[in-house]
Design a protein around this ligand. Structure first.
Ligand SMILES: NC(=O)c1ccc[n+]([C@@H]2O[C@H](COP(=O)([O-])OP(=O)(O)OC[C@H]3O[C@@H](n4cnc5c(N)ncnc54)[C@H](O)[C@@H]3O)[C@@H](O)[C@H]2O)c1
Length: 212
């Protein structure tokens, strides 16, 4: 595998696919909502699709990211700039998703992801907000509705086991990882690269030290 592809498996793919298949152990036929369509969330969408989930709902604030999510295997796209995205997920899933993944790094989005799950649903927190920010979980709904909240670090991956495994899934056309690699840049282009990320025009950009 070319190194610029392999690099994607070390963070985005291991974290997003691993959150689905290792941490949550999503079963075929389960419903999944993923909040945040960066490299991590798009990988979670790919993992959910590969795991046989349906529907697979992508949530983001940027239209271009939602279009990439559809190519990654999302069956539905929810624009989080409009109405409450948790309501949209509950409507699509007729009551709430079995699994929701927070892949933004924002405790307020975590609250939306939690609210988007069904009774006995699971919310997996992958994003990292500032260390001073705390998750707020409604106690009664967690207890009386037996909801589960889990953190997932690097997709609960064992690198020696999971990176080759995810590469075999890529070889089997089960993970369309190529769509994460949107640009090659030189280090001097780094500021434009951050602007592209903010605008939603890029997913993962490879810095090439041979000039881009
Ligand atoms: N748990 C881990 O082991 C682990 C590993 C790597 C990264 N992370 C964390 O995962 C998060 C995602 O990483 P990434 O590289 O994919 O980030 P990214 O910045 O590339 O993507 C974030 C996405 O979230 C979207 N977004 C922003 N606000 C939103 C909102 N209110 N609702 C819905 N979507 C929104 C953005 O448009 C963007 O598409 C970060 O917090 C990162 O620190 C965690």
């Amino acid at each position: 595998m070319p190194l610029e592809k392999a690099a994607l498996f070390g963070c985005a793919v291991a974290t997003g696919v691993g959150a689905v298949v290792n941490t949550a152990r999503v079963e075929p036929g389960s419903s999944v909502a993923v909040f945040g369509m960066g490299g991590v969330g798009l990988s979670a969408v790919m993992g959910a699709r590969a795991a046989g989930a349906h529907p697979v709902i992508a949530v983001d604030v940027l239209g271009p990211k939602l279009r990439v999510a559809e190519s990654a295997g999302a069956t539905h796209a929810v624009d989080a700039t409009g109405a409450d995205p948790a309501d949209a997920v509950r409507e699509i899933t007729d009551g709430g998703a079995d699994y929701a993944f927070e892949c933004v790094g924002n405790v307020d989005v975590f609250a939306q992801a939690y609210a988007a799950t069904r009774v006995r649903g699971s919310t997996v927190c992958v994003g990292l907000d500032h260390p001073s920010r705390n998750l707020t979980i409604p106690c009664v709904s967690m207890v009386a509705e037996e909801r589960t909240v889990r953190g997932s670090y690097m997709g609960s991956s064992v690198p020696a086991r999971d990176i080759p495994r995810f590469m075999r899934m890529y070889d089997a056309d089960a993970l369309p990882v190529d769509l994460l690699h949107t640009h090659d840049i030189a280090l001097d282009d780094i500021n434009e690269a951050f602007d592209r990320l903010a605008d939603g025009d890029a997913v993962r950009q490879i810095v090439r030290f041979d000039g881009g």
